[in-house]
Design a protein around this ligand. Structure first.
Ligand code: FE2
Length: 317
């Protein structure tokens, strides 16, 4: 199953890029790429020159995501679809294209508050991808680059985001989650454009507003052993864990979520379910995971465990 568009990259802005670079390199295990002409740091997850771009700035959030189109015709068709929705995609300047390391690009604001960049010809890196911690690499290639999950607040924005993804970008609905939480409920729509179960998901958060647009970036690895090793690196580095190891019901992914220094999360997972031709399993799920994925504090409570005692304070003389 393959459409003419795939997830390509994410652009992040951080007030403290040094802490985020350390997290992406040492905990997540990405490979550093060459800095952009503007001096942003970049990270690689495969043979492409950059999959994550991290600039110094005030947002502490994602500012853009990129989708690569397979041809000029496909890009023109996507622009026409977006115009039909009343949007006005703008052509990238020469400097923007250099910064993104692409042959061509157009950019349009999305209902979830980040720019969506539609690009052609994401540059290949000058050197092969090599990683000590992922000798087998990440799952990319025909499945594009991982997935992104953004939060929105309110039915109107959620409906607009779904329309933008389906009718504008041309993504397809994989399935959706409806999770009653007392008087409110969490709704998430999952969208695919190739065999990866979802390249984008939009969550309607039951809150007046979302504190951060980006909820998480997912990096899919080729084996559960790589997920376990990443989990150990996160624990070893003292990185906060949002959700312990577990397996999602809809995409079958065995994964965990750690919290990066800017508050958004990274999911490292394996065994993701693949979308097949003529996908006919678009249905509602009412739980996130088959097992696990508890926040550590919830897990401790479920097990009747008490929080670990605070480390003794050394006596001073
Ligand atoms: Fe995810």
């Amino acid at each position: 199953m393959k459409t003419d568009i795939e997830s390509a990259y994410i652009i992040l802005e951080s007030r403290n890029p040094a802490a985020l670079n350390k997290y992406l390199g040492e905990v997540i295990g990405l490979m550093p790429g060459a800095p952009t002409p503007d001096g942003a740091s970049t990270w690689r997850a495969d043979g492409k020159a950059q999959r994550v771009v991290l600039a110094q700035g005030q947002a502490n959030d994602a500012t853009a995501i990129g989708f690569e189109l397979e041809s000029r015709d496909a890009l023109d068709a996507a622009v026409a679809r977006l115009r039909k929705l009343g949007l006005d995609p703008v052509a990238g300047t020469a400097a923007q294209k250099q910064e993104r390391r692409v042959k061509d690009m157009v950019s349009v604001p999305s209902p979830w508050g980040v720019q969506v960049e539609l690009v052609l010809g994401l540059e290949e890196a000058a050197t092969p991808f090599a990683s000590k911690v992922y000798p087998n690499g990440f799952v990319t290639g025909s499945q594009g680059f991982g997935h992104f999950v953004f939060g929105v607040a309110g039915e109107g924005t959620y409906a607009a985001a779904r329309k933008f993804a389906l009718e504008g970008l041309g993504l397809k609905l994989s399935d959706y989650l409806r999770l009653p939480m007392g008087p409110v409920e969490l709704n998430v729509s999952f969208f695919h454009c190739n065999a990866r179960h979802h390249s984008l998901a939009i969550a309607n958060i039951p809150a007046p507003e979302v504190p951060q647009k980006l909820h998480h970036i997912n990096f899919e690895v080729k084996q559960v052993a790589d997920v376990g090793a990443a989990y150990e690196r996160a624990l070893g580095a003292g990185t906060p864990i949002a959700n312990m190891l577990g397996q999602h019901e809809n995409d079958g992914m065995v994964s965990f979520y750690s919290v990066g220094p800017d508050g958004w999360q990274v999911e490292v997972g394996a065994t993701g379910r693949q979308i097949t031709d003529n996908w006919d399993d678009v249905r509602e799920y009412n739980r996130i995971s088959i097992w696990g994925h508890q926040p550590p504090a919830v897990f401790a409570q479920m097990q009747g465990l008490t929080a670990p005692a605070a480390a003794p304070v050394p006596e001073t003389v």
